[in-house]
Write a protein that binds this ligand. Sequence first.
Ligand SMILES: Cc1cc2nc3c(=O)[nH]c(=O)nc-3n(C[C@H](O)[C@H](O)[C@H](O)COP(=O)(O)OP(=O)(O)OC[C@H]3O[C@@H](n4cnc5c(N)ncnc54)[C@H](O)[C@@H]3O)c2cc1C
Length: 401
Amino acid sequence: MWSSPAVPAASPAPDDLDVVVAGAGPAGLSAAAACAAAGLRTALVAPGTRPWPATYSLWADELDAAAGPLGLDPATAATRYSPTVVRTAAGGERRLSRGYARLRNDVVHAALLDRFRASGGEVVTGRVAGMLADGGREVAVLADGGRLTARVVLDARGGGPGSAQQRAWGEVVAGPVPDLVPPGGALLMDWAALADPALPPAFLYGLPLDDGTVLLEATSLAARPPLPLAGLRDRLAALLAAHGLRPAGDAERVAIPLDGAARGAGAGTRLGAAAGLVHPATGYSVASSLRLGPRVAAALAGGSDPHRVVRAARPRATAALLGLGLEVLLPLDAAATDAFFAAFFTLPERTWAAYLDVGSPPAAIAAAMARVFAALPPAARARLLRDVARTAGRRVRIRRG
Ligand SMILES: Cc1cc2nc3c(=O)[nH]c(=O)nc-3n(C[C@H](O)[C@H](O)[C@H](O)COP(=O)(O)OP(=O)(O)OC[C@H]3O[C@@H](n4cnc5c(N)ncnc54)[C@H](O)[C@@H]3O)c2cc1C
């Protein structure tokens, strides 16, 4: 392992790198492992290499698609759930046929790190303070003054704060809790469990964990300004008390910027949340990061421009439409949000699945938007139109002003 003080500022070594990756979250580690496995001389700069602490979920088909190119065994990389359940505030239940999965962080993290090291990758413990272009090469300037020069620096240092966030407060309880979470299944959204017309919209999310406990999260899908975590904690505590449940582990605090701008322009190629590749309605980015790493590595190994691959991972028009979708969601009260999702999940799976993927073509996003609009009850449709008009008006005023 290199430690950065051994690489003094202005030192020419190690300057024969192909790639420096800054950050070892899902985006950085998957890209680093893929680059090293593609034969690129790769250094990964990170403050530490402990397994990711957050609960990371994705759709099972996304995991299956991402696993092979990363050398992951899809059978051990995640716990899979079936059915995937959505409940409306009125108590209706829909069982989605699309399988859901939770990454086994320890397994995936270890597999990626092993692949990285076994392919000759080197971990540099430290922080990247900045990135420079230097005579056709790129330089990662480390916080301690060290420098690493490479053909390309990949910036996977995570996203900025954003003004709208998804937030959640999670507790682990002894399982099973079949009246809340279907055994073996995933509770994607339950708008009834935390319903309170006097409070901002929040839903219950729940997953059985591998040790027999169940993770329950009171979740605010999207709010600007973000909902205080303490309010979500209290709503979850009231639900647990009503069901005779007690927290049995550490709480999980979730705060995901939904409209965080990509890190500033300049040298380096941004990946993952640093590139703004977060879905503006769900906050998800892990699946797209796992998918992107090997594509970036293939581009670099083939001598092509990695920026093009990153741009293709979230077409500009798709980002604009999804951004509009977020603005439409933000002002909805609990009843309108409930109506929206009740309609959303009546769409054919391929239609709503396309909307949940930042890599979808804009036509697929627009088609999902049109179909969910058509599926809404008339009152919810009228209300949505008012909100869209207000949002569009605000955007025009911002542009003019
Ligand atoms: C609790 C929680 C749960 C989430 N659950 C899901 C989920 O279920 N599904 C999903 O798709 N998304 C989820 N997200 C959202 C999102 O996918 C994650 O935030 C994800 O971690 C983003 O990955 P990333 O690699 O782009 O950035 P990060 O995971 O933020 O990784 C950035 C890394 O860079 C390191 N770093 C920071 N600064 C420097 C520096 N100067 N130099 C070097 N390294 C640096 C950090 O230590 C960190 O390890 C969740 C987020 C949270 C907080």
